[in-house]
Design a protein around this ligand. Structure first.
Ligand code: F6R
Length: 592
């Protein structure tokens, strides 16, 4: 999704912005641009140097633009196709602006501004903001931005330049993330902390509805009335830096990092003080869980574990639906919001809504300084390390671990005992390492030309099936369905014909006969079957058997998914695609 950056630096401002934009690339984008304030010679005064292009940040390389105050942007198209014209920054009169978010009332504003004489050059909602700022301007730059923002509905993080105020950048945020930062001889604003690694030494996230100003060689946060906010900047940890890709793709690298990510997350969980959430968890008669995409599958796994161990219901919702259902949540309820990035707009909104209704919010996130972590009453941190590939892999497995750990703590707070598997969590990293050894390349070769496939499971394996299908869809571009095996006969089976691939996960012994029956029904219709299980005696139930490393059954979803992640990645490669850059998708989905 869109990333924004701003920089004030007497030296190398353009290069600093370029480097920051490169580190925002992982969020997913289709065009990029930079604007710098430039001295007009010989007339005096200031104007803008703008370079913006459809395509990659590398398209902005070339002669550097001079100037010490600039803004930059990576755009993920929402309103208007990816093009040079729709790329940010947008300029109107004395102002240049970059924007991340969606202006929901942009059509009405555009109409109003057009009637007032503005001529729009792009199709974007963002151009509305810069024209609004220009109209609001009466000599006070900061006031103009505040007044313009007051007219906006939706979400935004903006950074604005004004030719009357060289050396100044005014930024605002509502819902979309924004961070202020300071480095040696340079001041920054940026959409996320990792993109500042190597540039800045200290940072401070802006809160919702707050502003960031760079002026007079200083950076400060302000509230909605323009009053300065006292908030300390914190040191940017070295581990915040984005990793190098090395050989292969980030996705392959991140799958290989799963054992370490699990070990690090477990270590951190063991050190986490759960005391602050003891009372809400002990008192909760039910839990709610919200998330999107892969993280939603982790939420389903939380549901499975809590219902099995704690025997209280968990109401699981995709975050985008939760808020529109008028959810029956309130005081005494606990909502668990799971998000790798901690910036997914739908998840944030769901968590906000739950909090407003009086619920206690627990965040499960990989980003300690994210908006979700800031909003939550309590945060459980994954220590998966930066996840750059769009497809979530190591973060998913760590989310499972956190979800189960939370289930165990809930049981402890309610019944002063821990689940039988709790002491076995230490075996997860080693089992994950063994699962990385599962060779699925022959399978990927066999199915890389398939037009569609099914993933089946029962009980806890349904979630693994859903996650396997999502991975295949998003990076191999093959239609796939993840399904409860028992549903096969209720419609899905109609599509099974000669050669149709169906993979099932079966990690619960008691459910094996039923899952194997489903595979038999597929085989009887000519389908090609694959079974993933730790129970080798089930091998004959499928055409191809993938042996999983054994663990206590409730923990098996953490290893069963790994061969499916590898399979999707391998299929993607064989079909000639880049696993790190799935079409149309973005890593950080900061708009609803
Ligand atoms: C799929 C994937 C997405 C994310 C989803 C939520 O591989 O990565 O489905 O899981 O967009 O993202 P976070 O966890 O950052 O809220």
């Amino acid at each position: 999704m869109c990333g924004i950056a701003g920089c004030f630096s007497e030296k190398g401002c353009y290069e600093k912005l370029l480097r920051t934009l490169r580190r925002l690339e992982y969020r997913g984008y289709d065009s990029a641009g930079i604007a710098l304030l430039r001295k007009n010679r010989p007339r005096g005064g200031y104007g803008f140097s703008v370079r913006k292009k459809r395509g990659y940040v590398s398209a902005l390389d070339g002669t550097r633009l001079s100037g010490s105050t600039g803004i930059g942007h990576t755009r993920w198209a929402t309103h208007g196709a990816p093009s040079d014209v729709n790329a940010h920054p947008h300029v109107a009169g004395k102002f240049a602006l970059v924007h991340n978010g969606i202006v929901e009332n942009y059509a009405a504003l555009r109409e109003e501004l057009t009637a007032a004489g503005e001529t729009f050059v792009s199709e974007t909602d963002s151009e509305v903001i810069v024209r609004l700022v220009s109209r609001c301007y009466k000599g006070d730059f900061f006031a103009a931005v505040r007044d313009a923002c007051a007219r906006l509905e939706g979400s935004y993080a903006v950074a604005v330049l004004c030719t009357d105020f060289p050396g100044e950048i005014v930024c605002a945020r509502k819902k979309s993330p924004l961070v202020a930062a300071a480095g040696k001889n340079a001041l920054y604003v940026c959409s996320d902390v990792p993109a500042l690694a190597g540039e800045a030494e200290f940072f401070c996230p802006a809160g919702d509805g707050e502003f960031i100003r760079i002026a007079g060689g200083k950076i400060f946060l302000c509230d909605g009335d323009g009053k300065e906010i006292e908030r300390p900047f914190v040191r940017l940890a070295a581990q915040s830096a984005l990793p190098e890709k090395g050989e292969g793709s980030f996705m392959e690298k991140e799958i290989a990092e799963i054992p370490q990510a699990l070990a690090d997350t477990l270590k951190s969980l063991r050190r986490t003080d759960f005391a602050p959430c003891a009372r809400p968890l002990r008192g909760a008669k039910r839990l709610f869980a919200v998330a999107c995409g892969t993280a939603y599958h982790a939420a389903l796994a939380l549901r499975d574990m809590v219902e099995e161990e704690v025997k209280i219901p968990v109401l699981c919702h995709t975050a985008s639906e939760f808020r529109y259902r008028g959810p029956l949540i309130g005081e005494g309820d606990v909502l668990v919001a799971i998000s790798q990035s901690g910036e997914t707009a739908d998840t944030l909104e769901a968590a906000r809504g739950a909090k407003e209704r009086g619920a206690y919010v627990v965040a499960v996130t990989n980003a300690a300084h994210s908006s979700l972590a800031a909003l939550a009453d309590f945060s459980l941190l994954l220590h998966a390390g930066p996840e750059i590939a769009v497809a979530a892999t190591k973060s998913y497995v760590c989310q499972l671990l956190c979800a189960w750990y939370l289930a165990a703590q809930t049981l402890f707070f309610k019944q002063t005992r821990l689940p039988a598997w709790f002491g076995e969590l230490d075996r997860l990293p080693e089992a994950a390492r063994a699962a990385l050894g599962c060779d699925v390349s022959a399978l990927a070769e066999q199915f890389s030309g398939a037009r569609g496939m099914y993933f089946l499971g029962r009980g806890q394996d349904v979630v693994t099936a859903m996650e396997g299908a999502l991975k295949v869809k998003e990076i191999a571009y093959i239609f796939a369905e993840g399904y409860a095996a028992g549903e096969l006969k209720h419609g899905t089976l109609a599509l099974v014909e000669e050669g149709f691939p169906v993979a099932a996960a079966c990690t619960v012994r008691a459910l094996a006969p039923k899952t194997c029956n489903a595979l038999a029904e597929v085989k009887a219709r000519g389908g090609v079957t694959v079974l993933l299980s730790q129970y080798r005696d089930l091998a004959a139930a499928a055409d191809v058997f993938v042996a999983l490393p054994p663990l206590p059954e409730p923990l098996m979803p953490a290893v069963a998914v790994i061969p499916l992640q590898k399979f999707a990645c391998d299929m993607c490669r064989r079909r000639g695609y880049d696993p790190d850059k799935p079409r149309n998708l973005a890593k950080s989905v900061t708009v609803e």
